[in-house]
Write a protein that binds this ligand. Structure first.
Ligand code: AMP
Ligand code: GLY
Length: 425
């Protein structure tokens, strides 16, 4: 089977690594990819939302499956584009159509969906320019901390949590009236603050059946001990010790099954990954957010923990045969540490030469934001630069490998958190 993978981050590097191990794979192409993916497939210089050229490429190269990594092409309707074309509609697209992608693309939609299907989540209210005054009044009666969420996609920056009422009111005003996050914050969801441990759970759905992938925990804050501003993710571990069999059973019965069944009832044929961002409050799971894709950096620990052939599993999605799949996990733990550019998540430099990659031992070195410069050097090309995944019989052993590699690789301004997994060691 010829497969086209869409994306260029650490998540896609991990997916490419896993797909490339399958005997069912003929050729793997990655658009646009990054230098870390070269061992696994052919890089194609097409942007993730250039549907026309993606479509042409698929026809010219007899692509049978397109695996979509990031949310932007999904929310913009890449799956719809394929379904609307006679030449493309037989190609299996792994990723929901734009209606399904609204689980991530609109917080208001996802909250309404959860309420309708009684899926546990924080109480909420949605406000827009017409109801801004009501929103400001609502904040006065709400209990702090106040959680304000831009309705639309905001590159992971659209959630603001503050205990200061004046700041919450000013932020609501800026989001709705000044469009602080562009059109994404024309509507704002204000929700109840939940306190607990977070875990990311992943399902692959064919619109009728689903399989669960290994769970993971990511570390979003930039600073040691989960302090400082949010980032795209500084590291991840899998498995997650508190997500035991009983907890996962509750997750499955109360959240995952009702979500997949609810989507079907809404006539949304959801064929792709669903990311459940969960929080455990007094042993009970609540949904913090849905995403219509895999997590990053969670995928960098999830892929190594899948023992089964990923191409075989994905090939069951198109004909809704995921019920035939028995997915097997590796018994070991996996951890990843993200190396980031100095200054990230604020302004940072690009183009610094990265050295010593070859001197790392016993880790998977997934590139996130890198490129090759005209002299053939691998250079930094993003805030999150590289994810270093170690495996071991437990989290401590896996982390030793991730940390050793994180210290080995060098460039000017490199930063990483050396306390990933701190609660579990
Ligand atoms: P999101 O972009 O929805 O994942 O939110 C980003 C982060 O904000 C989450 O990972 C949580 O740490 C936090 N968060 C979001 N919603 C809530 C909530 N209702 N209560 C507490 N923390 C939240
Ligand atoms: N790691 C969180 C996300 O991918 O959204």
């Amino acid at each position: 089977m010829n497969i086209l993978l869409i994306g260029s981050g650490g998540r896609e590097n991990a997916i490419a690594w896993k797909l490339a191990q399958s005997p069912l794979l003929s050729q793997l192409f990655i658009a646009p990819g990054n230098p870390g993916m070269k061992p696994y497939g052919t890089l194609v210089a097409i942007a993730v939302d250039d549907f026309e050229n993606i479509g042409k490429f698929c026809i010219e190269n007899a692509i049978e499956m397109v695996v979509v990594g990031p949310e932007v092409p999904l929310v913009k309707g890449i799956h719809d584009y394929f379904l609307a074309s006679d030449k493309l509609k037989s190609i299996s697209v792994i990723g929901p159509d734009s209606k399904g992608a609204m689980l991530e693309g609109s917080k208001d939609f996802s909250k309404q969906f959860m309420k309708k299907y009684a899926i546990p989540t924080a109480d909420y209210q949605t406000f827009d320019s017409k109801s801004l005054d009501k929103g400001l009044a609502y904040l006065e009666t709400a209990k702090p901390p106040y959680v304000l969420k831009a309705d639309g996609l905001a590159a992971g920056k659209g959630v603001i949590i503050t205990s200061d009422l004046a700041e919450a009111k000013a932020t609501l005003y800026e989001m709705i009236s000044d469009l602080k996050f562009g059109d994404a914050s024309a509507k704002v969801v204000i929700e109840q603050f939940l306190k607990g441990l977070e875990v990311s759970v992943f399902a692959l759905s064919d619109g009728k059946n689903y399989v669960l992938l290994p769970e993971a925990k990511d570390y979003k804050r930039i600073g040691i001990g989960d302090t400082g501003p949010n980032t795209g993710g500084m590291g991840a571990v899998s498995p997650v010790p508190f997500a035991d069999a009983l907890f996962m059973q509750k997750v499955n019965e109360r959240i995952i099954k009702p979500t997949v069944d609810g989507l079907a009832k809404e006539n949304i044929l959801y064929k792709g990954f669903i990311f459940f961002g969960l929080i455990e409050v007094d042993n009970e799971p609540f949904v913090i957010e849905y995403n219509c894709r895999m997590g990053d950096p969670e995928t960098e620990v999830v892929m190594p923990r899948i023992k089964s052939d990923l191409v075989e599993i994905l090939s069951k999605v198109q004909n809704q045969k995921l019920n035939e799949v028995k997915i097997e996990f590796q018994p070991f733990a996996a951890t990843t540490i993200m190396l980031v550019a100095g200054g990230y998540p604020d302004d940072y430099q690009k183009g610094d030469v990265i050295t010593e990659i070859k001197n790392t031992k016993d880790v998977l070195c997934f590139h996130a934001g890198t490129k090759t410069d005209p002299n053939g050097n691998i250079v930094t090309n993003g805030g999150r630069v590289m994810a270093l995944t170690g495996t071991g019989k437990n989290i401590t052993e896996a982390l030793e490998k991730s940390k050793s590699a994180a210290k080995t690789i060098q460039w000017k301004g490199k930063y990483f958190r050396d306390d990933i997994g701190f609660e579990f060691v």
